[in-house]
Design a protein around this ligand. Structure first.
Ligand code: 3H9
Length: 722
């Protein structure tokens, strides 16, 4: 292997890291071995007085340890050894007799940052691609190569916990501000300034580093009483965020605490022990599977590889300047960097839409996702019209007009009259079949669905839906553009509800049935947030909007009959003009835009008396099994192309608990036969809506599964389920 090349300059060995055959640098076992041999050689070589570590890749310093290795670890002892060896490598860097400088451009994550932290000095490029972070907890593990020890010592315990416990990455400017890097430099000067820094270190030693944060930092970080308070607050916040489902952040907190309170050596031991436990845990396995599934989706254009070329999209048209249209426009300019022309029937509406699209940019600026310059650049890409001026030059048009078949068909006809010969029309619908919208169009091959979730800038999923006549290159273009907008994209079949709303429908209906039986709203929502959903089903109805939920529920009922009969609750709420959060009145009360408690008047409105008759176990079982059964049925119909897409869709579309791996993975974990048995028991008590679907029954009989083994993230046919 030749991952490292060395060039000597002014007595400084500039070590360039470039792992062959991989788009990013990762610390595999072989890379680590080669690095250690190199260190030994550079340590002994007289002519070398200092070392600079730099990457040979365009935008990756080092993306961390090799994640695939964790999946292959046979047991806890092996995982512990991996971490111990990682710590030992970093220790050798820290104890190296000559200065080592890290010259960072691109992603510097996990083990990559741990290596940089072990160096004496760090420079980073002031470039958006440069990100420094410790994302380990997102994989269900902790920084296991000394990161839990070195980061708090460098930047203080509060700032370090903020990064480690959330698995955060910071841009270079923020990393500089926090003290993670010593110098912020322009990319073309990185190498020469790193060599200069190495020479400076030789001549005048390490500069004095000042800790940021003033007196408060001193009070909290620098004495045991202050730190005890920090640990207590951090633990409380982690428990509130994870609901006890994700052990990694708490383990990381303990490893940090041990190191700071009992010394670095004790910290290392605690760190590798806990790493060992976490790396082989079921939660970590699930989170790693999700990482590989999303990575695989980044390369999947939704068509057979090699069958279609995605077309470039430089200009986007958006028809309909409402909430969705503005969200799409704002996200497209800021994430994809394309020109966007918005159209609505009246100029006043266009103006409002443009303002809302700019609001998306303002939000991203406020959350520091973009800089002021990027905000300005993105805002300049937005324009509006009440006619179709500019549309003939659009490569893709997304319509987000009123959810009505007739209106949508009219828009398609108007667009076909003005668009260029190869332009694509995407319809953002959640309830209307794409094939019906495309009926009567001149170019149905260039029409498809792009179902965004609300709010567009915050929701990570996009469903792309080909109609019966959609051409392969149309699909590939929409998928690629969705990815440029920052979305995880799944291609789903043109069936009612597509995937996400299909599996959501019986779940929300069941919540309605429970409510109409007198189950308190808090009990339903609390049970499901304890299960791991970010919000409970009733709160979700308020967020989605009860009018929207009623419409969607009606469509699903019409398509699938009695099984998906919605409960009466929403109709009664609508009769009282309650639309959910957007109207300030729903199942919950809203005060100043903020969700307050449950609105007790709702029970009177629904003519029910709240009672705790139904146990939390039954609430959970009814809600979860309704979704599992529907997921199995839809998967069996081929609504998703493979289990991976179904599970990622559920996790990113409705917040299905990631540590459970998704509904199809959950069926595998429970076993199809026990799932069928539970559904039959529920059917006996609550009726045919719980009848196990044919796909699941067949799977139970044949002993089938959705996935083979733990790593299967690549598309597999759904034959096992059909
Ligand atoms: C760690 O470091 C533990 C230590 O604390 C302690 C150890 C003892 N491993 O996403 P992309 C592959 S844990 C293996 O399409 P992008 C990826 O699978 C690690 N493979 O590119 C894909 O492979 P393929 C902490 C990795 O530009 C290819 O690289 N680090 C790893 O959209 C391209 O990836 C992380 O959690 C890896 N560490 O995004 C960072 N990283 O081409 C994980 C990448 O065969 N990585 N690959 O499909 C990422 O977040 C993104 O990949 C990154 C690039 C942002 C770096």
């Amino acid at each position: 292997m030749n991952t490292f090349t060395v060039v000597e300059e002014l007595g400084v060995a500039v070590v360039s890291i470039d792992l062959a055959g991989s788009p990013v640098n990762i610390l595999t076992a072989a890379v680590k071995a080669e690095f250690e041999t190199l260190l030994e050689r550079l340590g002994a070589e007289k002519s070398v007085r200092a070392v600079v570590l730099i990457s040979g890749k365009p935008d990756s310093f080092i993306a961390g340890a090799d994640i695939e290795q964790f999946v292959g670890l046979p047991n806890q002892a092996a995982a512990e050894a991996l971490s111990r060896e990682g710590q030992a490598t970093m220790d050798r860097v820290a104890a190296f007799p000559k200065p080592i400088v890290a010259a960072i451009h691109g992603t510097c994550l996990g083990g990559g940052l741990e290596l940089a932290l072990a160096c004496q000095y760090r420079l980073a490029t002031n470039h958006p691609k440069t990100q420094l972070g410790l994302p380990e907890v997102q994989l269900g593990i902790l920084p296991g190569a000394g990161g839990c020890q070195r980061l708090p010592r460098l930047i203080g315990v509060r700032a370090a916990l903020d990064i480690i416990l959330a698995g955060k990455s910071e841009r270079a400017a923020k990393a500089f501000k926090l003290g993670m890097v010593d110098e912020l430099v322009p990319p073309p000067l990185l190498r020469s300034l790193a060599v200069a820094a190495a020479v400076r270190l030789l001549e005048s030693g390490l500069p004095r580093r000042t800790r940021h944060g003033g007196a408060v930092a001193w009070l909290l970080d620098a004495n045991p009483i202050g730190r005890a308070l920090v640990y207590r607050m951090a633990r409380k916040s982690v428990q509130a965020k994870t609901g006890g489902h994700y052990p990694a952040p708490l383990a990381a907190l303990e490893a940090v605490r041990t190191g700071l309170e009992r010394g670095m050596r004790a910290g290392f031991v605690d760190e590798h022990r806990r790493f060992g436990e976490l790396a082989v845990s079921a939660v970590s396995r699930k989170l790693v599977q999700i990482f590989f599934a999303t990575t695989a989706l980044k390369k999947d254009d939704g068509v057979e590889p090699g069958t279609a070329l995605p077309r470039p999209v430089r200009r986007l048209g958006v028809v309909g300047a409402g909430f969705m249209g503005a969200g799409i426009a704002g996200t497209a300019v800021s994430q994809a960097g394309v020109e966007v022309r918005m159209k609505d029937a009246e100029l006043a509406r266009v103006g409002k839409g443009l303002k809302a699209a700019r609001g998306v940019l303002d939000g991203r600026l406020k959350r520091r996702r973009i800089t002021k310059q990027e905000h300005q650049r993105a805002a300049d890409l937005l324009s509006g019209t009440e006619g179709f001026s500019g549309f003939p030059r659009a490569d893709l048009v997304i319509e987000a007009v009123f959810e009505d078949l007739g209106v949508k068909r009219t828009v398609v006809a108007e667009l076909e009259a003005v668009l260029g010969a190869s332009a694509i029309v995407a319809t953002n619908t959640s309830t209307i079949p794409i094939t019906e919208i495309a009926e009567g169009a001149h170019h149905p091959g260039r029409i498809l669905g792009m179902h965004f979730f609300s709010p567009v800038d915050r929701m990570p999923l996009l469903e792309v839906i080909p109609g019966a006549a959609t051409a392969a290159d149309t699909i590939a273009t929409a998928v690629q553009f969705g990815r440029r907008m920052g979305k995880t994209v799944i291609v789903v079949a043109d069936r009612p509800g597509f995937w996400v709303n299909r599996i959501l429908s019986p779940y929300l209906n069941e919540a309605g049935h429970l409510l109409m039986e007198g189950t308190p709203i808090e009990a339903i929502d609390r049970t499901m947030t304890r299960f791991g959903f970010p919000v409970g089903p009733i709160a979700l109805l308020d967020e989605v909007g009860l009018d929207v939920a009623a419409k969607g529920g009606g469509v699903m009922h019409a398509a699938f009959g009695e099984r998906l009969t919605p409960a009466d609750a929403i109709t009664r709420m609508l009769a009282d003009q309650r639309l959910g959060r957007k109207s300030g009145r729903g199942f919950y009360r809203y005060e100043g835009g903020k969700k307050a408690g449950v609105d007790a008047q709702v029970y009177r409105l629904l003519a029910v008396t709240p009672s705790d008759r139904v146990s939390p176990q039954t609430i959970e079982q009814r809600l979860v099994y309704a979704m599992l059964n529907e997921a199995a049925m839809a998967a069996g119909e081929g609504v998703v192309r493979c289990p991976r897409d179904g599970d990622i869709g559920a996790i990113f579309g409705i917040g299905f608990p990631p540590f459970r791996g998704g509904p199809l993975r959950m069926i595998d974990d429970l076993g199809a036969a026990p799932v069928v048995a539970t559904l039959r028991a529920l059917q006996a008590e609550f009726g045919m809506r719980f009848a196990p679907c044919a796909a699941l029954v067949a799977m139970a009989e044949q002993g089938g599964r959705y996935y083979d083994g733990v790593t299967a993230a690549a598309p597999q046919p759904l034959s096992g389920a059909s």
